[in-house]
Design a protein around this ligand. Structure first.
Ligand code: JB2
Length: 212
């Protein structure tokens, strides 16, 4: 990644991403946040220069964006940031921590974020704007859709698929071959042993359906 970046969002996830960008020697032009109270502050040592409107001061061809609006649960906020700026011609950078282990044939789509200690095994695909958070591990041939958050410490066994917009909570485990649908919520610590249909939330060991 050679182009300078602008970070969208100035919260906890921004600080995690700024650490990776620093480790990677990526030039950060600034952070923008829609919360006016954050303007003029610094996050991870970088100034918050304004809101999203600031981005348009930089032509799309000369900068990459980093989506630091995280997600907890199934929320359209993060995907909205990505799609809105894509409509204006901007491109998002992939952010990969140096300590992540990624198979040579793994496919990381635009804006994928792979955090410290994460493992991406052979045959995997991580969709656009998706987060593989700290120490998450996805085994061979996993298919992660767009706008998915695989939270810290998650373990996906081989051939697991996670549909667009789903959230797999901290420390959850999914056994081999399970298909998780779109916009699903897998609770922290759940052990998922059977498929999860679109829009369904599951929790517990073994995981059972709960209201989302
Ligand atoms: O559309 C937006 C927008 N929506 C929210 N544009 C811009 N520029 N900024 C936006 N934000 C800002 O993102 C909010 O004003 C807020 O300052 C920031 C989100 O920060 P927060 O501390 O609420 O959470 P986070 O997104 O950094 O981290 C969440 O997700 C991570 C994956 C937390 O749940 C973390 O614990 C989690 N690890």
């Amino acid at each position: 990644m050679s182009e300078p970046v602008i970070v969208i969002g100035a919260g906890g996830h921004a600080r995690v991403l700024l650490d990776v960008l620093r480790l990677r020697g990526v030039e950060v032009l600034g952070v923008v946040d829609n919360d006016c109270a954050k303007r003029g502050q610094t996050v991870g040592g970088v100034p918050v220069t304004g809101g999203d409107e600031e981005v348009q001061n930089h032509p799309a061809h000369g900068v990459r964006l980093v989506n630091a609006v995280g997600t907890v649960g199934v929320s359209p906020q993060r995907s909205g940031v990505f799609e809105r700026f894509k409509q204006h011609g901007y491109r998002f950078a992939e952010v990969i921590h140096p300590s992540a282990t990624i198979a040579a044939d793994a496919v990381l789509c635009e804006g994928a974020q792979i955090m410290a200690g994460a493992i991406v095994q052979t045959g995997c695909r991580v969709g656009r704007n998706s987060i593989l958070n700290t120490r998450a591990s996805i085994d061979h041939d996993c298919e992660i859709g767009d706008h998915v958050h695989v939270a810290p410490g998650v373990t996906l066994s081989g051939n697991v698929s996670v549909g667009e917009g789903s959230h797999v909570g901290t420390g959850a485990t999914v056994i081999q071959g399970v298909r998780i649908g779109r916009h699903c919520l897998i609770a922290a610590g759940a052990v998922v042993v059977r498929d999860v249909l679109d829009g369904v939330g599951v929790a517990g060991v073994p995981a059972r359906e709960v209201g989302v």
